[in-house]
Ligand binder design. Structure first.
Ligand code: GRG
Length: 296
């Protein structure tokens, strides 16, 4: 196992431990709701967002304890978004991470409540633990996550996605949708991790933010490529259209080779943004490479 793989495994294990500790116990009343929340969050997922928070925190010398809470907060928002996204009014999926989705395993009302409660749990975590030396910075972190999750971030991107079904999106419009829907939370993970440590000069923070924006978009481009490859392998369907609801994707607009080229360009820009940090940015650079090269 490489040094990077061992680091990933450590962060993933620490994230699991922290998530388990901050979530209410499964038998705590109302047990069905708390059980559903734990089901949605634990034992699954790559934990890309906590990994990014930890890697950004290494750049600013942040304490791992702070990073574990910051990463868990972002992961709780991510988990809530998946629970709601899988429900019948949205993607209507029956499987997630190889298990029945929350509304299938429990019921729709429980899935709705579990998602709502996971979202507020994220902000409880951010407000209950000291994550920055300066309380004003911690307030700023709460604002970063709130904006990334809300109608000017993930929810806004999901809205554009929903309202665009059946319409043709231009490349800039597709990009805007994904910058909000997927990119905003990835960017927030990096910024929260960085803010757990010592303050960076504005120009350096701007570089970290540029890295985060590039990786937010690259993550989605790669997701589209992986979806296309899986669909082509299993369904032999028309290239470039999401099987379930005919949504536009990067592959639809750029072709498979064009989408791969786009991911490589974003990866190169992300790496370039971090070049002046040298060894301090090693984990972030390794994660950028992992995100673009991943196969699931
Ligand atoms: C319902 C408010 C609301 C928002 C939903 C992010 C999102 C918006 C929906 C998720 C739908 C989706 C599958 C988007 C593609 C990119 C993405 C976020 C994939 C899943 O993230 P991973 O790969 O998942 O990090 P794991 O399981 O590893 O955590």
């Amino acid at each position: 196992m490489s040094d990077f793989q061992a680091w990933m495994r450590d962060v993933q294990a620490r994230t699991e431990e922290t998530l388990s500790a901050v979530l209410p116990p499964a038998n705590h009343l109302p047990a069905r709701l708390h059980d559903a929340m734990r089901y949605a969050v634990l034992d699954g997922g790559k934990r890309v967002r906590p990994l990014l928070a930890f890697a950004a925190g290494e750049l600013t010398g942040a304490e791992p304890r702070r990073l574990a809470f910051a990463g868990a907060a972002v992961e709780l928002i991510h988990a809530y978004s998946l629970v709601h996204d899988d429900m019948p009014p949205m993607d209507n999926d029956v499987l997630r991470r190889g298990k029945p989705t929350v509304h299938v395993q429990y019921d729709e009302a429980t899935a709705l409540l579990a998602g709502d409660a996971l979202q507020t749990a994220a902000f409880e975590v951010l407000s209950q633990h000291v994550l920055a030396d300066d309380p004003a910075v911690q307030m700023k972190m709460v604002g970063i996550l709130a904006r990334a999750a809300g109608s000017n971030g993930m929810c806004g991107g999901q809205g554009i996605d929903l309202y665009s079904v059946g319409h043709t999106l231009s490349l800039p419009a597709l990009e805007m949708m994904h910058i909000l829907k997927t990119g905003a939370l990835i960017r927030a993970a990096v910024l929260l991790g960085a803010h757990c440590g010592r303050a960076l000069p504005d120009a350096e923070l701007e570089r970290v933010d540029r890295f985060a924006k590039c990786m937010g978009l690259a993550f989605q481009v790669v997701d589209d490529i992986l979806d296309e490859e899986a669909d082509t392998a299993t369904l032999g369907k028309t290239a470039g259209k999401d099987a379930a609801n005919n949504k536009p994707t990067y592959v639809a607009l750029l072709g498979l080779a064009g989408a791969r080229q786009k991911a490589a360009e974003l990866q190169a820009e992300a790496r370039e943004a971090l070049a002046p940090f040298g060894e301090r940015a090693r984990r972030l650079v390794e994660l950028a490479d992992y995100i673009v090269a991943r196969n699931h």
